[in-house]
Every structure is written in C-alpha cells, then in structure tokens.
Design a binder for this molecule. Sequence first.
Ligand code: ASN
Length: 317
Amino acid sequence: MGREALLLRLADPEKHLDKRRLAILKIQTEILRSMVERLIDKGYCWILPVIFSKTTDPLWPDPDFSIEKRVEVDIYGERVVAMQSMIIHKRVLVSLGPGKIFILSPNIRIERRDRASTGRHLYEFTQLEIEAAYAKMEDIFRIFEELIVGAMKRVKDELAPELELLGRDLRIPSTPFKVYRRSELEERYGRSWPVEVARNIREPVWVRDIPREFYDYEDLKSGEWRNYDLILPEGFGEVISGAEREYEYEKILMKLEKDGIDKSRYRILLDLAKKGLLKPSAGGGLGVERFVAYVAGVSHVAEVQPFPRIPGIVPEL
Ligand code: ASN
C-alpha cells in the first residue's frame, strides 16, 4: 500500500480497526506487561504521568528538531504547556523521592506536517520513561536490553499466530547491543546518519555522544556527551534516547544560557542543584509505538494507535 492510501486508511476507524489491528494490540499488551513486570521486579517505582505543567522538556537544541508549535493553555490564571517529555519531573523525583522510577508518559509534540509520511512520527505518543539515581550509561544500556529482548521473547512465545497473521518473522537480537560513536557514523554516512544506520544494521545499536539538550551530561574537557540513542534495524530508527545527567548548578546555568533557554522555567531544578540536592542519575525513554511497530513489523507507527495521531491529520476520535 502506498503512503497516501495508508494514511487515509489509518484515519478511518472502520477500515483501520481490523484483524491486523487486534493482533498489534495484543502484541502491545504483552510487550507492556513484560516490561512493566521486569521494572517492578527490579525495584522501580511506577509513577503516573503529568500532562500539563509550567515546565517541560525544551526539546532544544536537538539535531532532529521538527516541532511546529508548543501547546500552551491558561488554567487558573497560570500558563501551562502540554508535556513534551517528563525529563525535568524525572530529575526532581529521583533526587527527592524514590531513586528508581518508570512512567508510561504521554507526550504531545506537534510535529511538522511533512513528518506524516516518515512512518515514525506522531503528534501524541507514549514513552516508557525510566530514571535511576547514581546510575551510569552502561547500567541503562543493560536494563533496556533486558526489557527489549525479554518483551520480544515473550511475544514470540505467546503470540505466534498474531505474528504469522502480520507476516512478521521476528528475530531476537543478541545482547549486549553494539555501541558506536556518533562521530564515526557521521563520517561514514553524513548528517542523515540516523536514517542510514537504521537501514544498514541487522540488530539494534547504541549510538553515543550526541550534542543536544542542556540536561544530558557533557564532559567539558573532552567535549564528549554521555548520552545515547538506540537505533532499530529495518528502517525503524531511533526508539530510545537517554543520558547520564547534569547535576551541577553552575554548569546547568551556563548551558541554559548558551542554549538561549528561559531559566525561569527551570527554577526548581536550579534551586535543587544549587543546594547540592540534585542527584546524578541516568535514564532514558523508549517510544512505545515505535517499539511495537518494530516487533509487529508494521510500516507506520500510527498503525499501532487505535486513534492515530498522524502529523497534520486531526480525526474526530
Ligand atoms: N526521555 C528522554 C530522556 O530520558 C528525553 C526526551 O524524550 N527528549 O532522555
């Protein structure tokens, strides 16, 4: 099916909610069950999401920036924005509250219309966010690898008829996943490395050291960023982004200023850092629809959503 026909079908619930869809929903349910169980067993505390807040992820600077507008509304005489990611909330919570948390967090990102046909963008989607105080990059690699492989094995064992209906020959990747530096991939593939890498790999790969938002840890001496993306094969692309985090007051302030970001929106984060209460942590967020699309082998992430949120297309439901 061509992209245009697919987008039209997805926008029509009567055509969209067919047998394939039910198979995809079962796969999603099994994936979420598997991931959530593992996180709880590892002592992670399940936090419910926040939608409106005075502060959210600036999503800037980011090499993949494609946001058309921020959703801002007034409630009780106060201006709030729709959640773009709960990174700031995660940092505060792991510093003051439970040290290990996860959240199934809906994010609103009004992507440009031309992102409708990438097959990978939605204007509402859900991240499985995790964050752990004092964790390091490698700790988070191992946790996500376990979540991913565990969920894929579960789907393969429990849902063979659904995979067959979808025509999906699911291969379980081997762990640990390979790790590349962004600079070597950029040298090989140029600026569009994320798309090229996704086309050329056979198993998921970590990519580290990606200059972006202030909250990811940057080693100012070496210039290295201790952050990472996970890229899925078969063109599915980036499914996780995460990092070790900044926790020092002066450094956070300097980075906010350098990025031209309004500091007043990050007062609590800055106050905690100033008092030495902002703990070092690491974590990341996994795009649930993208991961389910990969496991189910479907060509557009919107196929995973009963009520698709395709950039530029606003349905009744
Ligand atoms: N969830 C990401 C993280 O933990 C942030 C993002 O979504 N931009 O780093």
